[in-house]
Design a protein around this ligand. Structure first.
Ligand code: ADP
Length: 393
C-alpha cells in the first residue's frame, strides 16, 4: 500500500470508514466497512476493495459513553498491521456542522475540537457523535493529523437572502439561519460535472441527493446558491424517517393540544415521520416499492410530489434550469422514481429516455432535451479524502 488516508463518518450508533491509498495524486479504496450497533450490540465488518468481507467481529457493549472510543480502538488495532510503514497521512472526519465560521476543511487540534462543541446545540443528533469520533481518533492514532470536513461548508456561498428566516433579526445573529447540509455530496457532484457534463458545470443545475437523508441543492456555476435543508437536516424533502418541510404551527399544536415536549417532538419528526410515518410500512425505498400496501404507494406519491415542488422553487431561485442530477441510494438506483420526477417536471424541460434510465444513465435525457438529466453516483468519502490531502500535503 502507498500512503494511506482514513476517512471516518461517525454517526450516533455507527462509524463508517474508508481507507484510501494515495499514490501520485490518485486515491484508491483499499478497505471500507462499518461498526454498527454502537451503544447496543457493536458489530464490525470490513471489506476489501473488491467488496468481499475480510474481517468481521462483535464485542460486548462497553460502559455507557465509551462506545465510540472503544469502536475506534478496535478499528485502530485491526488497521495497524495493514498500514504501510509510514502509517497514515491523516484522518478525514465528516463533521455535520461548521456553523457560519467554517467554510473550508480545517486541521484539527484540541482548541478547534472545543470550538466545534459550540455547534452541538445546532445538530444535537449528529455533532456529538462526529466529535466523539475525532476525540477517539486523537487518542488511538497518536501523532496522526486529523482534518474536519463540514457538511455545511459548501453552502456558505448562498446569497444572504437564501439563509434567512423571517423572524426577529437577533435570532439570525445568534445563528438561527438556513445552513444547508449534504455539502460534501454536492461538492463531489460539482467537481465531477466539468468532466462528465462540461456544459452544465457553468450552468444552473439542481442536484437531488436522494438517500435515507434527502435534500436538493441549486448550483450556479458549480457553487451552492440555495438548498432545501435549513437550520437542521430536518427541512425540505421528506426522508426515510424525517418529516421534511412542515408548517411550524403543527409543532405549536403538538405542544398545546397534545402536551408534547421537545424530546417527544424531536423523536416524532426525526425518527417516526417521512416515508416510514406516511406508509406505516418502512423507511426503505426498496421495501416500499415492493409493497402492496396503498399507504406505501401514498408515501411514494408524496416523495415524488415534494421533489417536483422543491425543484420548481430552486429553479426559480436560479432564474431557470439547464440540468438536473440524481444521486445517492434512491437517486442512483430507483429508475421508477427518476421517471416520475422527470414526467412531473416535463413543463420545466426535463425529459427521460426510458432505455438510458433503465441502465441508470449516466445521462438519462435524450439529446434534444431542453434540460440535461444525469445520474451521477456521489462519493462523500472520496471528497473527504481529497480535502484531507489538500489540507495536509
Ligand atoms: P444514507 O447514506 O443516507 O443512509 P443511501 O444513500 O444509502 O442512504 O440510500 C438509502 C436508500 O436508497 C434506501 O431508501 C434504499 O432503499 C434506497 N435504495 C438503495 N438501492 C436501491 C435500489 N436498487 N432501488 C431502489 N432504492 C434503492
Amino acid at each position: 500500500m502507498a500512503n494511506a488516508i482514513l476517512v471516518l463518518n461517525a454517526g450516533s450508533s455507527s462509524i463508517k470508514f474508508t481507507i484510501f491509498d494515495h499514490e501520485a495524486g490518485n486515491l484508491h479504496v483499499r478497505y471500507e466497512g462499518q461498526i454498527e450497533g454502537i451503544g447496543t450490540k457493536p458489530h464490525f465488518v470490513a471489506y476489501a476493495d473488491a467488496g468481499q468481507p475480510i474481517h468481521e467481529t462483535s464485542w460486548a457493549n462497553p460502559p455507557l459513553g465509551r462506545g465510540h472510543a472503544y469502536a475506534l480502538e478496535r478499528l485502530a488495532a485491526w488497521l495497524d498491521p495493514l498500514l504501510p510503514e509510514e502509517g497514515l497521512i491523516g484522518v478525514g472526519h465528516r463533521v455535520v456542522h461548521g456553523g457560519t465560521r467554517f467554510s473550508a476543511p480545517m486541521r484539527l487540534d484540541e482548541a478547534l475540537l472545543h470550538e466545534l462543541e459550540a455547534f452541538v446545540s445546532l445538530a444535537p443528533l449528529h455533532q456529538p457523535a462526529n466529535l466523539a469520533g475525532i476525540a477517539a481518533a486523537m487518542d488511538f492514532l497518536p501523532g496522526v493529523p486529523n482534518v474536519a470536513c463540514f457538511d455545511t461548508a459548501f453552502h456558505r456561498t448562498h446569497p444572504p437572502v437564501a439563509d434567512r428566516f423571517a423572524i426577529p433579526y437577533d435570532l439570525y445573529d445568534e445563528g438561527v439561519r438556513r445552513y444547508g447540509f449534504h455539502g460534501l455530496s454536492y461538492e463531489y457532484i460539482a467537481q465531477a460535472l466539468p468532466t462528465c457534463a462540461p456544459k452544465l458545470a457553468e450552468g444552473r443545475v439542481v442536484v437531488a441527493h436522494l438517500g435515507n437523508g434527502a435534500s436538493m441543492c441549486a448550483l450556479k456555476a458549480g457553487r451552492s446558491h440555495d438548498s432545501t435543508m435549513g437550520f437542521t437536516a430536518l427541512d425540505g424533502l421528506p426522508m426515510g424517517t424525517r418529516c421534511g418541510q412542515i408548517d411550524p404551527g403543527v409543532l405549536i399544536y403538538l405542544m398545546q393540544e397534545k402536551g408534547m415536549g421537545a424530546k417527544q417532538i424531536e423523536d416524532l419528526l426525526y425518527k417516526r415521520s417521512g416515508l416510514l410515518g406516511l406508509s406505516g410500512v418502512s423507511n426503505d425505498m426498496r421495501t416500499l416499492a415492493a409493497s402492496n400496501d396503498p399507504r406505501a404507494a401514498d408515501a411514494l406519491d408524496y416523495f415524488v410530489y415534494r421533489i417536483i415542488r422543491e425543484t420548481g422553487a430552486l429553479a426559480a431561485s436560479l432564474g431557470g434550469l439547464d440540468g438536473f442530477v440524481f444521486t445517492a441510494g434512491i437517486g442512483e438506483n430507483a429508475a421508477n422514481i427518476r421517471a416520475r420526477v422527470c414526467e412531473g417536471l416535463g413543463w420545466l424541460g426535463l425529459q427521460c429516455d426510458p432505455a438510458a434510465n433503465a441502465q441508470h444513465g449516466p445521462r438519462i435525457s435524450p439529446p434534444d432535451s431542453p434540460v440535461d438529466v444525469w445520474v451521477i453516483p456521489t462519493d462523500e468519502a472520496r471528497m473527504i479524502a481529497l480535502h484531507t490531502l489538500r489540507v495536509l500535503v
